[in-house]
Design a protein around this ligand. Sequence first.
Ligand code: CP
Length: 299
Amino acid sequence: MSIKHFLQFSDFTLDEFDHVIERARLIKQKFKNYEPYHPLVDRTLVMVFEKNSTRTRLSFEAGMHQLGGAAIYLNTRDSQLGRGEPVEDAAQVMSRMCDIIMVRTFGQDIIERFAGSSRVPVINGLTNEHHPCQVLADVFTYIEYRGSIKGRTVAWIGDANNMLYSWLQAAEVFDFHVNVSTPKGYEINPDLVTPGNGNYTFFANPSDACAGADLVTTDVWTSMGYEEENAARLKAFDGWIVDGEKMKRANADALFMHCLPAHRGEEVAAEVIDGPQSVVWDEAENRLHVQKALLEYLV
Ligand code: CP
């Protein structure tokens, strides 16, 4: 029997997402009502972090605990990971001791190799190319607020990164459109987009990309902790801040999302991220609920 992994958004069908979203809704309700729900008793999640995290670690660890199972955290500083052991060997060993594995690593090729040698499901907790769990939470959040995302327009304002590539895959599955505006030098890599994906349009001007949008979203321009190295990026991204003027171009009921962490005054103005159209705290919380539904589905 083949093992079901979640390595990129396109790994699931619309029916599978509909199921996971419905479960996430019920699991969230139980959580809010303090109703115990333990379908994963005696099950173990191992979380492999080659890059730092706050939200991903917390949501997977808390989620597995709340489902009645255990979560084990491994990183490259205090384990043998990243010291030369082939990923295939690490995957063999981990998947004989655990029921499901989450990996945050650099290249998508690494997680694909890892999954290829795993005897249990593997979830992508972020690679350089994809961040499917975050976009699943974002789609869930949009649906919670507006009922459906089908036929809607999402404006992506920023560089072509793992979030954008997952948004583009989500647009194909859920049938919505993405208006993309990236600065010069930070454009989409066509190798990371499904050939013939007709669900996005490029705009040279970020304000034009926001026009008529139902959701405006962006991401950090400079990774947290690397601000000095990334001074050149700040120059290239001049004009790409999501501010009140750009939000005025979007539909009156448009939402604002950001996967966090955020730099106020760079990719987003405080008036937007802390304003009435922002749903960033629900978006962050929903990582917990959708990932619990995902764990339940895959285990
Ligand atoms: N949004 C997100 O993935 O946050 P972390 O890097 O803190 O996990």
